[in-house]
Design a protein around this ligand. Sequence first.
Ligand code: NAD
Length: 272
Amino acid sequence: MQKPNKRLEGQTCIVTGGSSGIGKAVALAIGRDGANVVVNYHSNAESAEEVAHQISKDSLCGDAIAIQADVSHEADVVEMFSTTIETFGTVDICIANSGIQRDAALTDMSLSDWQRVIDVNLTGQFLCAREAIREFLRRGMRPDVSTSLGKIIHMSSVHQIIPWAGHANYAASKGGLVMLMESICQEYAPHKIRVNSIAPGAIQTPINREAWNTPESLEKLLKLIPYKRIGVPDDIGSAAVWLASDESEYVNGTTLYVDGGMTCFPGFTANG
Ligand code: NAD
């Protein structure tokens, strides 16, 4: 765990899906760096409250609250932003992290499993980015807290470029996210808004438990990771803090892969 810092002091950050896995680690890391944090959750109020409590306890200068919202529902997302603005005055950073899998072979995939993944993983990202940008533009620059008008970080996946049999809905949602993120960047960078994605590789969280919870499955997984360890949520937390801070001011429209080299085609290590 990183030491508390104050790179995000005076700023407010919404982290969607902040009650578990990567979102929880990101929310805690952002809080340690001094921001106020909104820990969004879908259904696990108790975990979200615990994360918010931990942030308020550990932070040198920030505070935290938990807010329920289904990111695929427009009214919920609008309400989450207005409650955040009422509580903390504005939003400076939005980390759209929520995501789900509904896996099936394509021929067995129901329309509802296709649709739900697109709704949460892509439409949810659009709704959060749209509300964040509306608020950034309304509020205007605050040079005392950041050199950017606002920052958006989309949680993508290595599957934005690695095709994934049996997970076509998920891979399509993350592939779509690249163009969403880059188009938003092109449109709003002139307003000093920064929009980037983080593409995690295999990170040990509830979403992929069966890929690491037995020695056999872990061994199989490690063949895909040149660095030879599975990622942990804090690997993503520290990347998110850097991307949210002015240290990365000139980084815009980029995907930061945090994957131990997974996207470097390890299958070709021994001459393919
Ligand atoms: P996770 O299941 O712990 O987290 C997903 C979070 O999204 C949960 O907190 C869940 O409650 C929330 N969520 C689900 N539906 C929601 C909705 N409708 N509205 C609001 N929140 C909702 O798994 P994770 O691994 O921490 O996943 C976080 C993100 O990281 C996802 O976008 C996932 O695609 C991405 N990711 C994870 C990995 C990995 O290896 N774990 C790899 C690449 C990308």
